[in-house]
Design a protein around this ligand. Structure first.
Ligand code: FES
Length: 154
């Protein structure tokens, strides 16, 4: 994991870099979130109010101030995915993980989220896990992906 100070060093002290800073730092953290201490540090560095940073975090679905699991599973539920069985994909994930939208598994391994278009509607249904996008999903494919990820941490 890269520290917030190391991330900040890479960017000029300009407000226009706020989203890039937030995304890079959050992605590097094991539990994928920006804490209130992080907000204070960024606020000081960019010389912008903490409230403004919190508004940006709450506006962008990719950003969070709540700790998440090691793997953030985002299932697309926009129309092209919806008409291509996204509901069954979501239900399979609920069955496998034992959590529903917005929840994290008790072992902090997975957070499940319903999300908007991931930009690959031509190969729907789709989901993203951290930075990787999975397409043309089926319940069987989902089971393999989740079992593989569980296997990685054993
Ligand atoms: S609608 Fe699901 S990827 Fe675009």
């Amino acid at each position: 994991m890269i520290s917030l100070k190391e991330v900040l060093k890479k960017y000029p002290k300009k407000e226009e870099y706020l989203i890039e800073i937030l995304l890079e730092f959050q992605t590097s953290k094991k539990n994928h979130y920006i804490s209130s201490e992080d907000v204070s540090t960024i606020s000081e560095y960019l010389d912008i109010p903490e409230s403004q940073i919190c508004s940006v975090i709450s506006f962008y679905t990719l950003l969070s101030m709540t700790p998440k699991g090691k793997y953030v599973v985002q299932v697309c539920h926009d129309v092209p995915c919806f008409v291509n069985d996204a509901t069954n994909i979501y239900e399979k994930l609920v069955e496998l993980l034992g959590v529903s939208d917005g929840e994290t598994t008790p072992d902090s391994l997975f957070t499940l989220e319903i999300t908007e278009c991931l930009g690959c509607c031509n190969v729907a249904p789709a989901m993203r896990i951290n930075n990787e996008v999975y397409t043309s999903l089926t319940p069987a494919k989902i089971e393999t992906i989740i079992n593989d990820l569980r296997g990685e941490v054993k």
